[in-house]
Design a protein around this ligand. Sequence first.
Ligand SMILES: NC(=O)c1ccc[n+]([C@@H]2O[C@H](COP(=O)([O-])OP(=O)(O)OC[C@H]3O[C@@H](n4cnc5c(N)ncnc54)[C@H](O)[C@@H]3O)[C@@H](O)[C@H]2O)c1
Ligand SMILES: [Zn+2]
Length: 341
Amino acid sequence: MKLTMQLKSRSYDIILKAGCLANLHQFTNVQNRRVFVLTDSGVPAQYAETIAAQCPTSTIYTIPQGEGSKCLKVFGQVLQAMLDFGMDRKDLLVAVGGGVVGDLGGFCAASYMRGIDFVNCPTTVLAQVDSSIGGKTAIDLGETKNIVGAFWQPKVVLVDFDTLATLPRRHVVNGLAEALKTALIGDPQLFAMFETEHPEENIEQIVYRSLKFKKKIVEQDEREGSVRACLNFGHTIGHGIEAVKGIRGRRTTGLYHGECVALGMLPMIEDPALVKRVRAIYRTLGLPTRTGVNKAKVLEYMQHDKKTCGASITVILCPGLGCWRADKISTAELPHLLGLE
Ligand SMILES: NC(=O)c1ccc[n+]([C@@H]2O[C@H](COP(=O)([O-])OP(=O)(O)OC[C@H]3O[C@@H](n4cnc5c(N)ncnc54)[C@H](O)[C@@H]3O)[C@@H](O)[C@H]2O)c1
Ligand SMILES: [Zn+2]
């Protein structure tokens, strides 16, 4: 399967095929330039090695796994390693891993010498259904997620389904939460796959449908001036929960990004019958249905979040299956949204 992101001079192909990592050389020039392969310590080394083996001049750089690597320190270390490797502006960075490697690697590619080519090879469900396309690259500053970054589109995206064979089940489910986001705001047929089939047996179709929807939105609004905001469904509260309960740094228990988004979506669904159906899907998959987190702390974070500060914020609501609307609400309404009053 193949999709093409149509963004004029920044257009690119998204290849969806088991085993496609071994064919990188067919999709981009790896012969006459240096190739910097970025991965993390939790991604089985064989994936980065498969990429590097196709490139006569390559190096593999491995960052520690986890959200904590999306920080200025690791960003600086990667750029230094790129410089030490002698990279110039015609060279290539290939990210092999989940959303952490993709977001950090994309931002390194966007920044190094004001921008070099970037190929994304997502190896988690979350990265395959969502983060690997669209060009949003970023790192965090402390607890503030994705606050430093750039729009930088990849040259090609290789979605190799074989890589999911080694992914722990919790991460499979974590990624499915972002696919469910897409289903709720834009694809009732995808939602049906969650309700009536075994999502884990249909990953390839779920990835394809999710990327197809995101591609359509990004093509209309690459820089999030309008419709792209719908992809933030579940993220306003989700990021608040992630700040308080996300797994990162020394905090090794808690929730992953998709799990936080899953929780963040529930208060944004306006139809109570649909909320019930979504909760049932969460229970089947093993996604959390309750935060188990101090809501007052989430509220405090949201009220002080640099991204939401000001008298009002825009939230994305789901009035019914397959649709969404943006609403500007006063920050004074946040406690109500969180069920705090
Ligand atoms: N740029 C965007 O548009 C966008 C969209 C959604 C999410 N995100 C970002 O994505 C990040 C989360 O991504 P994630 O959920 O992929 O987390 P992740 O990148 O941390 O990967 C999860 C874990 O799985 C391991 N792993 C990766 N591939 C594996 C494989 N094939 N087999 C075994 N283990 C593997 C990793 O080492 C890591 O420990 C967050 O930082 C979030 O902000 C970005
Ligand atoms: Zn997300």
